[in-house]
Design a protein around this ligand. Structure first.
Ligand code: ZN
Length: 215
């Protein structure tokens, strides 16, 4: 009797451990399944067709571990819209005014035919970049008033609005000052030979130059 009971007492903890392990494994598998299903439901709910097929392919995977699935963003456009989005020029994201860009390109072509090189040194500037330029000009000149002669703060700069270009070299700027009005391009300031904006109708007269930038 005593001999018989021994093995059973010895076996019991092992049995308990096996049971506990099975329970744990079942729990983990169930949890994984629930997560997987809820992810699939989310994916299927609001998604274009190709995402749906991708979601349906998930059950075929041998692994039960729910990998972090790419959750579709609610704003995701249908795939047919993405090619045109990639073709969009950069000014859509806050860049140079397309009219200004077109005018300059036409002028540049004509300048080249005349044997003159002219190119854009800077066009659009982000508000932050413009503000940084303004702050460093204040440091350089020692005062806000002095800085304003050359650089405007972000809120009043045409560069931030995509409506101004600074060109190079000076010979090219001189050419553009003489001929730019053909495309509506005018030099704006007396103290900035490089700064041009669309300021007249194509072929019209440019307004009188301003002495310097003003806030
Ligand atoms: Zn400028």
């Amino acid at each position: 009797m005593v001999v018989k009971s021994r093995p059973s007492t010895r076996r019991r903890p092992a049995l308990r451990a096996t049971r506990r392990f099975r329970l744990l494994r079942t729990g983990v598998l169930a949890l994984a399944l629930v997560v997987l299903i809820s992810v699939m439901i989310n994916v299927i709910k609001g998604s274009p067709a190709e995402v749906r097929t991708a979601a349906l392919a998930i059950p075929a995977l041998p692994s039960a571990t729910p990998t972090p699935t790419p959750t579709p963003t609610p704003s995701a456009e249908p795939s047919s819209a993405s090619p045109s989005a990639s073709q969009r020029p950069s000014y859509d994201a806050g860049g140079l005014d397309p009219e200004l860009e077109k005018a300059f390109e036409a002028a540049q072509k004509k300048a080249k035919a005349d044997g003159v090189t002219v190119s854009i040194r800077t066009g659009y500037r982000s508000a932050k970049r413009q503000q940084d330029l303004f702050e460093s000009e204040i440091s350089r000149t020692g005062s806000r008033k002095a800085a304003l002669k050359r650089v405007l703060p972000a809120k009043s700069s045409m560069h931030v609005r995509g409506g101004a270009i600074d060109v190079k070299p000076q010979a090219g700027a001189t050419w553009l000052e003489k001929h730019g009005n053909e495309w509506g391009l005018c030099r704006r300031y007396e103290n900035e030979w490089w700064h041009f904006e669309l300021m007249t109708e194509p072929g019209g007269d440019c307004p009188t130059m301003e002495p310097q930038p003003r806030e």
